[in-house]
Design a protein around this ligand. Structure first.
Ligand SMILES: Nc1nc2c(ncn2[C@@H]2O[C@H](COP(=O)(O)OP(=O)(O)OP(=O)(O)O)[C@@H](O)[C@H]2O)c(=O)[nH]1
Ligand SMILES: [Zn+2]
Length: 204
């Protein structure tokens, strides 16, 4: 699965006319009335504006290109040749089936071949894919692909552990279930010891 570049994402969006702010606010009023409330009552008057503003924040990732953040690399690492791993990156995303939040943590490692990337950029890549409508599996694969394609490392490993509110607050109502997804490439796929090291460092 390829990481979605900004251009591809734009191309995808070209097919759908972007509604105006007013149209989006009208859609929120429709949902408020559909839920059984009165969008004209005082407490709800500013709600459509707030919801649209919140959506802008939650879905900011459609405006951003993860590859851009991975393009600046540093060569001078004095021969460092072991894995680089970020633990417990917060994940706040929304499932594409219910638009309900899913919350958790991501663990991301790569095995540099030559250059390394600024560590904050890995967290930014997670953030960009999280701020789109997602399945956890797609998001895991997209993070892995973006790093693999941009940095050409000897291997990439991604683990996400998240709780889906569409499962905890509705539907089957299983509040204690978390979902773990993993994606491994290169040495993390072929070398069991490397994979075990990653999982151990992730506390698994
Ligand atoms: N694989 C996967 N499934 C997800 C994710 N987020 C939500 N889902 C699931 O998407 C499925 C959608 O199933 P449907 O039967 O179409 O929807 P539904 O009637 O609302 O299903 P319930 O949630 O079981 O009430 C549910 O099983 C959700 O648990 C995700 O990230 N990955
Ligand atoms: Zn869902």
């Amino acid at each position: 699965m390829d990481a979605i570049t900004k251009e591809e994402n734009r191309g995808h969006m070209d097919a759908v006319r972007r509604p105006t702010q007013e149209e989006a606010e009208d859609a929120v009023r429709t949902l408020l009335a559909w839920a059984g409330d009165d969008p004209r009552r005082e407490g709800l008057l500013d709600t459509p504006k707030r919801v649209v503003k919140a959506y802008k924040e939650w879905f900011q990732g459609y405006e951003e290109d993860p590859v851009k953040y991975l393009s600046r690399t540093f060569d001078d690492v004095q021969g460092y040749d072991d894995m680089v791993m970020l633990r417990e990156i917060d994940v706040e995303s929304h499932c594409e089936h219910h638009m309900a939040p899913f919350l958790g943590t991501a663990y991301v490692a790569y095995m540099p071949t030559q250059a390394v990337v600024g560590i904050s950029k890995i967290a930014r890549v997670v953030e960009i894919f999280a701020k789109r409508l997602q399945t956890q599996e797609t998001m895991t694969a997209q993070i892995c692909d973006a790093i693999t394609e941009s940095l050409a490392p000897a291997g990439t490993a991604v683990l996400i552990d998240a709780v889906h509110q569409c499962m905890t607050t509705r539907g089957v109502h299983h509040p204690n279930v978390s979902t773990i997804t993993t994606q491994f490439t290169g040495v993390f796929k072929t070398d069991k010891d490397m994979r075990d090291r990653f999982l151990r460092l992730a506390g698994r």
